[in-house]
Design a protein around this ligand. Structure first.
Ligand SMILES: [Zn+2]
Length: 629
């Protein structure tokens, strides 16, 4: 009697290990002309005790959806039983195996063996196959439940037992007699549901022989075989990263995803995530220098970096699990010192304070001022979480220091790089409120400075790296924050007017330098007329001559208006000066000098009923007016 099944003719004399198993799976799935065999039961038995491996089902691939037919059913015994005990059970039940064989790890004390049954008719429907397999497992209660899978692989072994190759079993008879709907069906709920959904099942992975090399790591990823994978890919000294961001940068940019997956032609291949009839997928380097798996089929349309790709293939249930697997495979570690943990705790506590109302309760005005940009502050915390270095950079003030380019921050916040200016402005507003500190390059220890430069150059970016620190949001800190919130309001500052000049005029140079540390000094070069030498002078940066001139003009106009009508509005000034300056030039200048008005004996206040009466202000509403202090 001839049977059809899957056979791998590579012989082993001991149990195959991790990567060898992956290779067997690959050969069986990808080289069907060799692996699908039609042989006699006796021949199968001989192959198995020669050390070859087999799958009892006839499959067109590696998934249960590839199942075609089956007439061989095997049970695996490796615990708490003996050959004699199970053969006695066979006799009792009248269910006779065609043969059995001891496995590689069989000992006289621990009997590990398999019994192989052959059906009198070939089974071609999955339901019958499942019912028969699970019934056999239930009645041979000491056999391994894992043999229920239609794609189950069995290794060869050493010695044949009880060879009666003519023995067959009748599926319908056994099912009728022993199948228990309630007990057995539960075992297959998952599988059946999967079959019904067919190609719609998003968990299926399709490994095409045409697209993948026999050494593809895909089957090993799908079985979470990190041991085998690490023998190939982790065969180096452990790489230790200081931050999660460095680890992510390494795996997404340095590991060639196509090569790792064993894709023959990574610029165009049959997608592994859907039943692809034409090459719809490609792996390419995106603008951030990351390898991306992209499928262009409208029904599939995936776009994953290495993390997403591995997560999907392995059907990992959590992101940390995926990271753990990747670290094991490539022999990578992310170091986390106690100090780093403490820094993370600061950031988590800050996020809580920002979200549970504590911040707004204590910092009423500051909270109001930054309400529109609070989410940027939260995102910065997330960026910082991935970028905490192990150097003990913090002073005892509990500041968490991190660095990033504005370009990177834009990317993380999902805003266009064209908005870099706006983002910088928002960060400056946050710095003003002391919930974020922007640090000058000179405040950065050399080691970190070098590190940030090398990270920047890895990314092929000449973008300036910015250094930030986030203070711990204690109630003590909140006192400083709210002081700034009140000053912001008092000085009439606005988000749009935010600039070094606005702060310099309103709050003074010291504060301006605190927010714009990189502009602290101005370098001027002059040629000495007598010697011809270039003389470089570095001076504290103040406000520009041009803006000083504008302020002078505006003050003169204010003086004129006040002497004629007792007050003036910003609108009046803008119209009055239209010949000299464009409207928005005056408007911006006015915003930037609001905080400075008191120095000139002026103040900007909201008109009240009394003030309107006093200055004879016509019209509805209560506009802001500038009056003498
Ligand atoms: Zn696809």
């Amino acid at each position: 009697m001839k049977i059809k099944c899957m056979l791998d003719i590579k012989k082993f004399n001991k149990k195959p290990m991790g990567y060898e198993i992956g290779a067997i799976q690959n050969r069986l799935a990808n080289n069907l002309s060799k692996s699908q065999v039609e042989i006699t039961v006796e021949e199968l038995a001989e192959y198995l005790v020669d050390g070859c491996s087999f799958k009892p089902a006839l499959l067109n691939g590696s998934q249960s959806i590839d199942w075609q037919s089956q007439s061989v059913f095997a049970l695996d015994f490796d615990n708490d039983t003996t050959i004699q005990e199970e053969l006695d059970r066979c006799n009792l039940l009248g269910i006779h195996p065609s043969f059995g064989y001891t496995s590689f790890s069989f000992t006289d004390i621990k009997h590990k063996f398999r019994l192989v049954f052959v059906t009198d008719e070939v089974i071609t429907d999955m339901e019958t196959r499942n019912k028969l397999q699970i019934t056999l497992i239930k009645i041979f209660s000491k056999s391994d439940i894992n043999t229920k899978d239609a794609t189950r692989l069995f290794f060869g072994g050493k010695r044949l037992i009880s060879t009666e190759y003519g023995n067959t079993i009748n599926a319908n008879e056994i099912i009728e007699k022993y199948y228990e709907e309630d007990k057995c069906k539960a075992e297959y709920v998952d599988t059946t549901a999967k079959e019904e959904r067919g190609v719609q099942d998003r968990r299926n992975i399709y490994i095409s022989y045409l697209s993948c090399t026999p050494l593809s790591s895909i089957p090993l990823i799908s079985t979470h075989d990190d041991v085998s994978l690490s023998k190939i890919y982790g065969n180096h000294k452990t790489y230790v990263f200081e931050t999660n961001a460095e680890f992510l940068n390494y795996i997404t940019s340095e590991i060639n995803l196509g090569e790792f997956l064993g894709i023959k032609q990574s610029n165009s291949f049959n997608c592994i995530f859907h039943n692809d009839s034409k090459p719809s997928a490609s792996i390419f380097l995106n603008e951030s220098d990351q390898y991306i798996y992209k499928c262009n089929s409208s029904s599939c349309n995936v776009s994953y970096n290495i993390v997403g790709t591995i997560e999907r293939i392995g059907n990992f249930k959590s992101r940390p699990q995926t990271y753990k697997f990747i670290k094991k495979v490539f022999n990578l570690e992310v170091m986390e010192t106690d100090w780093q943990k403490e820094q993370k705790e600061i950031l988590f506590e800050n996020l809580k304070a920002l979200n549970n109302g504590e911040f707004e309760d204590i910092c009423y005005q500051a909270g109001k001022n930054i309400t529109g940009i609070k989410h940027y502050l939260e995102r910065l915390h997330i960026i910082a979480l991935d970028n905490i270095y192990n150097d003990k950079l913090s002073d005892d003030d509990g500041n968490v220091i991190f660095f990033a380019s504005i370009e990177f921050i834009c990317k993380q916040m999902n805003v266009s790089p064209n908005s870099m200016g706006k983002i910088s402005q928002k960060l400056a507003v946050l710095s003003y409120h002391k919930v974020l500190n922007k640090l000058d390059d000179s405040q950065i220890p050399d080691t970190m400075f070098k590190k940030s430069k090398s990270v920047a150059s890895n990314k092929k970016s000449n973008n300036h790296v910015n250094y930030f620190s986030i203070p711990s949001y204690t109630v003590n800190k909140f006192i400083e924050v709210e002081d700034r919130g009140i000053a912001w309001k008092k000085n009439g500052h606005t988000m749009k007017g935010m600039s070094r000049e606005m702060i310099a005029r309103g709050d003074g140079l010291e504060t301006a330098n605190e927010l714009y540390p990189q502009y602290k000094k101005v370098k001027t070069e002059k040629v000495d007329k007598e010697t011809g030498e270039i003389i470089t002078t570095v001076a504290d940066r103040t406000t520009t001559d041009m803006s000083n001139k504008r302020v002078e003009v505006i003050l003169k106009a204010i003086g004129e208006l006040i002497s004629s009508q007792g007050y003036c509005t910003e609108k009046q000034l803008i119209y009055m000066l239209y010949k000299q300056y464009a409207y928005n030039t005056t408007e911006t200048q006015l915003k930037r000098m609001r905080g400075q008005l008191s120095q000139f004996g002026l103040k900007r206040v909201k008109a009240t009923k009394e003030l309107k009466l006093e200055y004879n202000i016509k019209g509805n509403g209560y506009p802001y007016i500038i009056i003498s202090n």
